[in-house]
Structures are given as C-alpha cells and as structure tokens.
Write a protein that binds this ligand. Structure first.
Ligand code: ADP
Ligand code: ADP
Length: 234
C-alpha cells in the first residue's frame, strides 16, 4: 500500500546563473505505516524534498504520486484542496495561529472542509487525548511550552485524517525532554493508529528512534535503510 512515490524528481534553483541541484533525480517510495527519517547535512535538500512531496513546490522534472495520483499535474486550486484532505504538515517553528486557542487551531482545517460541529467536537476530543493535552484545549499557544505547541501542531496535522504526515525538523526548537516526549507521541500514533510519518531531522536523538533512515547528500539519496523498496539511479 504505497502512499508516496516520487519518481525521477529534480529541483534546480538559479537555473539562469549558477544552478543549484537542490534535489537531483530522486526516487523515493513510502508505504503506509512507515516511520521514516530524512537526514543529511544542512543544505542537502531535505526541506526541498519535503516541499515537493507535500505539493508546496513543483519539481523541474519527475512526478510525485500520492496514492497513485500525480500531484505535479494538479491545478493550483485542486492542489490546495488535495493537500488539505490528504497531507498533514508539521513545521519546525510550530506555526500555530496565536489568536486561536489550541482547540480552535486543531479544528480550523475541519471547519474549512465543512465538517459539522458535532463530528468536529468528537474528533478534537480524541486528538487531544492522543497528544495527552486534554486539559489544555482552551489555552492560547503563547501559554504553552514549545513542546506542547508542537504536540498541538501534530494534532492539527492529523485533524482531517490525512494519508500521511510530513514534518520538517519537528524537534529543532525543542529541549531534549520535549523532543523525546514529541517522539513518544509520534511513535505511539504510528504504532497504534498506523499514521505514516516522513520527517526530516539532524537530531541524533530522533534518528535513533526512526525505523527507516533516508540520507540525502547534495540533493541525492546516498543511503536508505529500506533500500529494497527504493531504487536510485544516477
Ligand atoms: P536542507 O533542508 O537539507 O537544509 P534545503 O532543501 O533547504 O536543504 O536546500 C537545498 C539547497 O537548495 C541548498 O543549497 C539551498 O541553499 C538551496 N535552496 C533552497 N531553497 C532555495 C531557493 N528558494 N532559492 C535558491 N536556492 C535554494
Ligand atoms: P532549513 O531549516 O531546512 O535548513 P533553510 O534555513 O536552509 O532551511 O531555508 C529556509 C528557507 O529559505 C526555505 O524556504 C528555503 O527555500 C529558502 N532558501 C534556502 N536557501 C536559499 C537560497 N540560497 N536562496 C534563496 N532562498 C533560500
């Protein structure tokens, strides 16, 4: 059951002057239920690859299939709609909306999708139980620690029951205790709810917990602990 299939994907910046192959002919295949870390030095292309897979950016070559649909072929409007329904995003700087409570932040995507209030309420309660923050639903982000804000961001990413979650350096701004706690929650969601995670990190504490480690150097995948399911070509 393949959720992500990136084929021959490249992204070149500064094509007109000094071209930078941020992503250079990458093939990546992710199955439902994986817990995979994307690692590599700063500038190796991790953010670019996540943005291409998440449809936040378009590749110069290649295709990105999400559940067998090539998202590089979607119009801008269709892509926005597709992302909302199918992909959960977690960012390094949490990106919660400061004027909304934790609950309202999580509920917003469901409201945008026209999900009715009674259904939203049940889902929100469940998500806050899963992130172990049922007592903090009505608090604004500024009153939460970084670790708590990131857990709310994970709940928000899961609100619309996406096919998978992409997380760009989710622990980069967290102290060790909060980072472990976030990892525990992500691991539990992966094991118990079969949520698929693809996350970038250069945090050794996080890498140790991943089941699959995909290493990027200069825009190419140079190693993949699940190499049997990933071919890379020159
Ligand atoms: P990482 O996330 O691994 O740090 P990035 O994906 O951010 O790597 O960057 C990969 C390469 O692409 C780097 O050389 C970076 O400077 C370059 N790059 C990323 N975004 C842009 C951009 N918008 N314009 C030009 N170069 C970029
Ligand atoms: P990361 O935290 O992944 O290392 P960066 O700090 O490298 O991310 O990049 C942050 C933002 O700046 C990204 O949106 C990226 O696309 C953009 N960016 C990175 N490198 C360049 C560059 N050389 N020129 C223009 N934009 C860049």
């Amino acid at each position: 059951n393949t959720v992500i299939d990136a084929h021959n994907v490249s992204k070149v910046y500064n094509r007109e002057t000094v071209p930078v192959y941020a992503i250079n002919n990458v093939h990546l295949h992710i199955e439902k239920g994986e817990f995979a870390a994307l690692v590599g030095p700063s500038g190796s292309g991790k953010t670019t690859l996540l943005n291409l897979i998440g449809g936040l950016d378009k590749p110069d070559t290649g295709s990105v299939f999400i559940n067998e649909l090539d998202i590089t072929k979607l119009s801008a409007n269709k892509l926005i709609d597709f992302r909302l329904k199918n992909i959960g995003f977690v960012f390094q700087s949490f990106n919660l909306i400061p004027v909304l409570t934790a609950k309202e932040n999580v509920e917003l995507i469901m409201q945008l999708q026209g999900i009715e209030k009674s259904v939203r309420d049940v889902r929100v309660q469940q998500l806050f139980r899963q992130i172990e923050m049922s007592d903090k639903m009505d608090v604004r982000p500024a009153q939460l620690s970084g670790g708590q804000q990131q857990r709310v961001a994970v709940a928000r990413a899961l609100a619309s029951r996406p096919k998978f979650v992409l997380a760009d350096e989710p622990t980069a701004n967290l102290d060790s205790k909060s980072a472990f706690n976030l990892l525990d929650i992500m691991t539990k969601l992966n094991k118990e709810e079969h949520i698929t995670f693809l996350f970038s990190t250069h945090d050794q504490r996080v890498i140790e917990r991943a089941r699959r480690i995909i290493t990027l150097v200069d825009g190419r995948i140079v190693s993949d602990t699940a190499a049997v399911s990933t071919r890379h070509e020159k």
